[in-house]
Design a binder for this molecule. Structure first.
Ligand code: PHE
Length: 365
């Protein structure tokens, strides 16, 4: 009994003297661990007579509890002290400048697409999308280019050879869309009329030089409503180009043209002026072709599931990359897709510079 009392006093003293959590843990193991002395005492209970056990049991259990409580209390005190010390040693200086970090930038194409979405949203257009892997029907047939149509040859299409073999009968051969015009069909079928959508996105043609890349970007516009005529088309394009180039002196020239999916079709030139030998959009020193457009062909309206006697519309399509080059003064299209960090640092836009109509859609590069 005396021995137990002595052990108890020793253990409690050691526990309260422990200055680290490791030292405390060592005391816990020595007393309460599998081989610990209190655990050994508990084991002696089994061999005792019932009377003796009744007498010794509560003492040993009480001792175990007392030591466990002492360890928990000391642990709490040590942890609190450790936290205090940590808080005292760590400081944070909120006046320091933010650390140097690699900064990304918004690619001019993304920037221009955002600008276009913002401009057209103001005119009541929503954004429509379609797949880049498109089927023959949406890309050609529904746009009034049946299998034998000569205009198909102008597109240098990337076909998927397997699907063409398997699905030729259903005209479901698959390809990389050659323009965003198939989204006209998808939007009409999905949303019906009236309709005002733009469809920006990637398109593909097997073509490559300084002004052509196999993948490039277009934006499509489609309006379907009642009593729509060429005047609506011209006003819309003029309003859009003035907002995009942020100039009032935008002059448009509409030239008769041909697209299978519009009738009549017009190619739209925008006037430029020469400033120090460089072409700047605005004025009328010369003309640059910027858009294909026209009144939606009746057959296309029918392919979109609408009655062409009831609904009319206009459509336009243009190259986003080209618009970016004209607005922000880059001259090699291929640089858009090189992923050169220096080019991006120079021509990219800050992610904090979101185009908004209130803030002005043209960001400062
Ligand atoms: N899809 C045509 C092209 O890729 C552009 C266009 C779109 C023309 C809509 C008229 C109407 O060249």
């Amino acid at each position: 009994m005396d021995e137990m009392e002595q052990m108890r006093a020793q253990a409690l003293a050691a526990i309260n003297a422990a200055v680290t959590l490791d030292a405390l843990e060592a005391e816990r193991v020595a007393a309460l661990g599998k081989q610990g002395w209190i655990s050994a005492l508990l084991k002696t209970l089994g061999a005792m007579s019932p009377e003796k056990r009744q007498e010794e049991g509560p003492k040993i259990q009480g001792l175990r509890q007392e030591v466990a409580d002492a360890i928990a209390a000391r642990k709490g005190a040590l942890e609190a002290a450790a936290l205090e010390a940590q808080l005292a040693s760590q400081t944070i200086d909120l006046t320091l400048p933010a650390p140097e970090a690699p900064q990304g930038s918004v690619h001019p194409i993304g920037q221009v697409m955002d600008e276009l979405a913002e401009i057209f949203a103001d005119l009541g257009f929503s954004v429509a999308t379609g797949p880049e892997i498109e089927d023959d029907w949406h890309n050609f047939t529904a746009l009034n280019m049946p299998e034998s149509h000569p205009a198909r040859a102008m597109h240098d299409t990337f076909y998927f050879p397997d699907t063409r073999l398997h699905n030729a009968a259903q005209q479901r051969s698959m390809l990389l869309r050659t323009h965003t015009s198939p989204v006209q069909i998808r939007a009409m079928l999905a949303r019906g009329a009236p309709l005002r959508v733009i469809a920006p996105g990637r398109v593909y043609r097997s073509d490559s030089d300084a002004t052509h890349t196999p993948m490039f970007h277009q934006i499509e516009g489609l309006v379907i409503d009642k009593g729509i005529h060429l005047g609506h088309l011209k006003w819309t394009l003029e309003t859009f180009l003035k907002a995009f180039f942020e100039r009032e002196d935008i002059v448009l020239r509409l030239r008769p043209s041909y697209f299978p999916f519009t009738e009549p079709s017009v190619e739209v030139d925008v006037g430029y002026s020469l400033v120090n030998g460089k072409r700047v959009i605005g004025g009328a020193d010369g003309w640059m072709e910027v858009l294909g457009s026209g009144m939606v062909n009746r057959k296309v309206i029918a392919a979109g599931g609408l009655d062409p006697d009831e609904w009319q519309g206009f459509a336009f399509g243009t190259g986003v990359d080209r618009l970016a080059m004209l607005k922000y003064g880059m001259d090699d299209l291929r640089a858009f897709f090189d992923g050169d960090a220096r080019w991006l640092a120079h021509y990219g836009f800050s992610a904090f510079d979101q185009p908004t109509l209130s803030g002005g859609v043209g960001a400062v590069a």
